[in-house]
Design a binder for this molecule. Structure first.
Ligand code: PLP
Length: 436
């Protein structure tokens, strides 16, 4: 969803104004706010399904492949279950995410365990739960996985994630494929690592994995990365290592600022040209593309604070609910929940109540004039939103709602202050003065 040049109109059909209020599919966000309180996240199941089908159709047109949803983008069990119901596997980066995927009904064999560093405990978990593929990024992890698997008489399919030294051309904090990034094994060293892997018990080094970064709207960087991966596979095969799987990562972006949508035909065309002749099974790990547009964060205006040079719209949501604006300079279109009655616009900073100057959701944004009590929807917030939430300032995690048609369901409860504070313990040596 984005705002058409200054006119505040959502363009995804799943979000629209109905009877004067912004609705997610058939459910009014105004009514939801009355029922669950603010702030809250709301996701459209139909929009997640639509994005999945777009991606799956593009992949099918090129000859097919396995789509493993990158759970870190939005790890709510209901979101994973929605995607797994459509046929998706899961890409996870921690034992916690693996447990979520399993709890949501993803089969262990459809899970890829990625991530830059894994603890021995996590590798044991992967082996004992029959995880389909483990992508490794270090020789240390390789040696440990070998020992863990061999001790249990199991052989694990392993992907080695290579760093192709390609600039994804996206924000510095979400680029992962340059030589200076911590991710992957330098592609030049990959043959030596594969040769070593081939000698280790319990390891089937059958896959090359690559993921160059996130929020790519221009597909060109994939071409360079996948070309290098293709050359590597040919080189490895000449050396007697039979690569049968390619894991091409995720990274497809969404048009937060109303850019052109990513060209999936271009993306799969690049794949066909660069690695299509290798006869490998392909795995894709889209995260953001599947869930970003489906989500909104709804918050209430607490105050309109007129400073010397700026007007601040103080929300009950903050960087604790959505850190992307301050972490990545990300832009999220904002819509009033109650449809604007006039075309007047006011330039405001949309901020939260957290004690940080970096606590903003938007700066210098043209919005319809709003009063305390009004509701806003911070849109395209379904990916890397709720999952990055924190409880800084002892702010409880917000609830998450999934909408399907006219039905909605709370898919995560609002954290209670009792539960949050109740995690703390006062040691016996401290006097419990004034505390009952
Ligand atoms: C984060 C990540 C993804 C998903 O990235 P998106 O930009 O959300 O598509 C895929 N694969 C790996 C290894 C990742 O770390």
């Amino acid at each position: 969803m984005f705002i058409r040049k200054r006119i505040q109109v959502p363009i995804n059909t799943e979000y629209s104004y109905r009877d004067g209020a912004l609705a997610c599919e058939g459910v009014s966000l105004y009514d939801l706010a009355e029922q669950v309180g603010t702030p809250f996240y709301c996701y459209s199941a139909s929009l997640i399904q639509r994005q999945y089908r777009l991606f799956a159709d593009a992949v099918a047109a090129m000859g097919g492949g396995k789509i493993c949803y990158a759970v870190k983008a939005n790890s709510n069990l209901a979101v994973i279950a929605t995607l797994s119901g459509l046929g998706a596997g899961a890409d996870v980066v921690s034992e916690g995410e693996a447990r979520r995927a399993l709890a949501a009904g993803v089969k262990p064999g459809d899970i890829v365990f990625s991530g830059v560093g894994k603890t021995e405990r996590e590798l044991i978990f992967a082996v004992e739960h029959g995880i389909g593929q483990v992508n490794l990024e270090s020789e240390r992890d390789l040696e440990i996985l070998s020992a863990v698997a061999a001790a249990r008489g199991v052989t694990m399919r392993v992907g080695i994630r290579v760093n192709p030294d390609i600039d994804a051309g996206t924000h510095a904090k979400i680029s992962t494929g340059k030589a200076e990034n911590k991710f992957g094994i330098d592609i030049g060293r990959a043959p030596a690592v594969f040769a070593r892997a081939a000698t280790l018990p319990g390891i089937d080094p059958a896959a090359v994995a690559v993921h160059i970064g996130s929020q790519l709207l221009d597909m060109t960087p994939y071409e360079g990365a996948f070309k290098r991966v293709g050359s590597l596979v040919r080189q490895l095969r000449e050396g007697g290592i039979s690569i049968r799987h390619l894991d091409l990562g995720g990274g497809i972006g969404v048009p937060y600022r109303g850019e052109a949508k990513p060209d999936l035909a271009d993306y799969v065309g690049i794949i066909a040209r660069t690695v299509g002749d290798l006869g490998c099974d392909l795995t894709f790990e889209p995260g953001r593309f599947l869930v970003a547009e489906a989500g909104v964060l709804v918050s209430r205006v607490i105050d309109v604070k007129r400073g010397a040079t700026k007007t601040f719209l103080v929300q009950d949501a903050a960087m604790t609910e959505l850190i992307r604006p301050t972490l990545y300079e990300a832009y999220h279109p904002i819509l009033p929940v109650e449809q604007a009655q006039s075309s007047a616009l006011e330039i405001v900073d949309v901020v939260g109540p957290v004690c940080e100057t970096g606590d903003f959701l938007a700066t210098d944004r043209a919005l319809t004039p709003l009063r305390p009590g009004a509701l806003i929807a911070i849109t395209m917030a379904g990916a890397y939103g709720a999952v990055m939430g924190s409880t800084y300032n002892t702010r409880p995690l917000p609830p998450e709602i999934l909408v399907s048609g006219a039905t909605w369901s709370v898919i995560r409860e609002r954290q209670s202050l009792e539960a949050l504070i109740g995690l703390d313990r006062i040691p016996a040596w401290l006097e419990r003065r004034g505390i009952d």
